[in-house]
Design a protein around this ligand. Structure first.
Ligand code: GLU
Length: 554
């Protein structure tokens, strides 16, 4: 039996030709140097930081070159599929400003290179697999799971490389009549790629002839053993494995750059061999590295089980501003980003030119402290009005009861968020929603409570006395100097030093100093021993709220 007869027997329903698809999906009309990239997530439901990291790199490469960035859902493994996973991924990435030009989306699909869900492309894959079979480059294999397990057992016992290859590929050269008989009898089959015999003849993996080199966009030249495996390219049921699916898709969708995880480096030889067998040029592969953290002084991979910060949801829940997360990811993604940022402090992050060769390849350290620092810098550049909107939206989205208070008066919230941000040395402590909310809750009567203890050195009876003295002297019209002068007078009248240095010189003469008196007032007004500038806080709280809080402690 000829190979093409076998191909016809295996795929009787495939009437399209490879040429048909080549014509249907022509080379894209894009300016020279434009890159076509994609995100190819499996819809498992768990959206992690790695998705965003990878999406950001792909998006930057495409959009800064005038190219195309598309979304392809890699759903050929239905066991791992979770309903609605693709939609939530699109929504999560959108939150961080990552937009696709074409592909799968919550509203359906757009673009001329679809379908963009692999499960809907079965016929396309089969057409090209049929071609490989017709050319003798792929063959049906009937090995059962038990037979494969037995082969693995034997290989383990002999300390041989596991897998279906060489003499272990028992159905590679089955007599044609036998193949025909099994297919007609309805025996289940998969299609395996027929690895070139010349690789075996070239000697062991280490032999120069058995190796090939390829340039990785991140890692430079990689030298790897050529493929020896007869890998499965089409599974029983007619859907492809990742190996074949991405080769066919990235060719037909005219992808120019593939940025993907380093776990795929070991299958790169298979992918390159498949591109060769198809007569296609592979895209530029760029293998990233894993995200790591330091834990007890040791670096380790971020883990789904142990590290909530691996989930993308975490950042939204905690209220990190999308621009801050983006900025931080760029910091860890491209080694020259920080330098660029120092030289261009006010520029939007998308003005930075992202390059794959500046991407790390030996474990990227993801450090929450650093994220917070970057976030503080980023928030400082956002005007109070934008910050107020962000905080309110975040609180609403998170379903927090505080949201209602924030929503009531935007001008009030703006003033609160702007405290100390506009001077020469602006305050840089606002980092993320949950923390900011905690900082500012005392501005809202419904959320205000006394949290810190009164200063220990102040006799309890002095507290109402100091507060009523302050209330009696209070004037909303005081400027900062006049205001503080009143506190000094109040301190002196009650046996406290008007200046800390007087107290230091003669501690036995005083109960404390003006700082302790301010602390008492601060606690009465904010509930806390530490806060931003008290005068400014009073200006924002307003006269009646300030006076009411003081009266409440008398
Ligand atoms: N579906 C693959 C994954 O989720 C995509 C790898 C790729 O981008 O090629 O790992």
């Amino acid at each position: 039996m000829l190979y093409d007869e076998l191909a016809g027997l295996l795929f009787p329903h495939i009437d399209k030709t490879p040429e048909y698809y080549e014509e249907k999906y022509p080379a894209r009309a894009l300016p020279a140097g434009a890159r076509v990239t994609r995100l190819g997530p499996s819809p498992t439901g768990f959206i992690h930081l790695g998705n965003l990291y990878m999406a950001l790199a792909n998006e930057r490469l495409a959009h800064q070159s005038g190219g195309v960035f598309f979304l392809r859902i890699e759903d050929t493994d239905s066991r791992r599929e979770v309903e609605g996973a693709a939609e939530s991924l699109v929504a999560s990435l959108d939150y961080y400003g990552i937009r696709f030009d074409e592909g799968a989306s919550a509203e359906g699909e757009s673009g001329a290179y679809g379908p963009y869900r692999q499960s809907r492309r079965a016929e396309i894959y089969q057409c090209f697999v049929k071609k490989l079979v017709a050319e003798g480059k792929a063959y049906p294999c009937f090995l059962t799971e038990e037979e494969i397990a037995a082969i693995r057992g034997e290989q383990e016992a002999k300390k041989l490389m596991p897998g279906i290859y060489g003499a272990w590929a028992k159905h590679r050269d089955l007599p044609p009549e036998e193949v025909c008989r099994r297919i007609e009898a309805g025996a289940p089959w998969v299609i395996r790629f027929r690895a070139g015999r010349e690789v075996w003849l070239a000697g062991p993996d280490e032999a120069a002839e058995a190796r090939f080199s390829i340039e990785d966009g991140i890692r430079g030249i990689l030298t790897l053993p050529k493929n020896r495996m007869d890998v499965v390219i089409l599974k029983t049921g007619g859907l492809p494995t990742y190996h074949f699916a991405h080769v066919a898709d990235d060719h037909l969708m005219r992808t120019t750059h593939v940025i993907r995880g380093e776990e795929w480096i070991s299958s790169l030889p298979v992918h390159v061999a498949l591109f060769e067998a198809m007569g296609w040029t592979p895209p530029a592969y760029c293998h990233t590295t894993v995200l790591m953290k330091t834990d007890g002084g040791l670096k380790r991979k971020l883990s789904k089980r142990k590290d909530p910060e691996l989930s993308l949801e975490y950042y939204r829940k905690e209220g990190y501003h999308p621009l801050a997360v983006r900025e931080y990811l760029l910091t860890v993604s491209n080694s020259d980003f920080e330098e660029w940022r120092l030289a261009n402090p006010g520029a939007p992050a998308w003005d930075f030119t992202f390059t794959t060769d500046k991407m790390g390849h030996s474990g990227i350290l993801f450090d929450m402290d650093k994220l917070r620092d970057v976030s503080k810098e980023t928030l400082l550049k956002i005007p109070a009005s934008g910050l107020a909107d962000f905080l309110t939206e975040w609180a609403c989205h998170a379903g927090l009861p505080e949201a209602a208070h924030l929503q009531k008066d935007k001008a009030y919230l703006e003033k609160i968020l702007d405290i100390g941000r506009n001077g020469e040395k602006p305050r840089k402590d606002l980092a993320f929603g949950a923390q900011i909310l905690d900082f500012i809750r005392y501005f809202y009567d419904e959320l205000f409570q006394i949290e810190d203890p009164w200063p220990e050195n102040i006799p309890p009876g002095d507290i109402p006395r100091l507060l009523s003295g302050y209330l009696a002297a209070y004037s909303q019209a005081d400027d900062r100097t006049a205001w503080f002068e009143r506190i000094r007078v109040l301190a002196e009248e009650n046996g406290y030093a008007a200046k800390p240095k007087d107290f230091k010189k003669n501690p036995e003469r005083y109960k404390g100093h003006v700082g302790d008196v301010s602390t008492v007032i601060r606690i009465a007004l904010t509930g806390r021993a530490n806060s931003p500038d008290l005068w400014e806080i009073q200006q924002i709280l307003g006269e009646s709220r300030t006076k009411a809080r003081l009266s409440a402690r008398l």
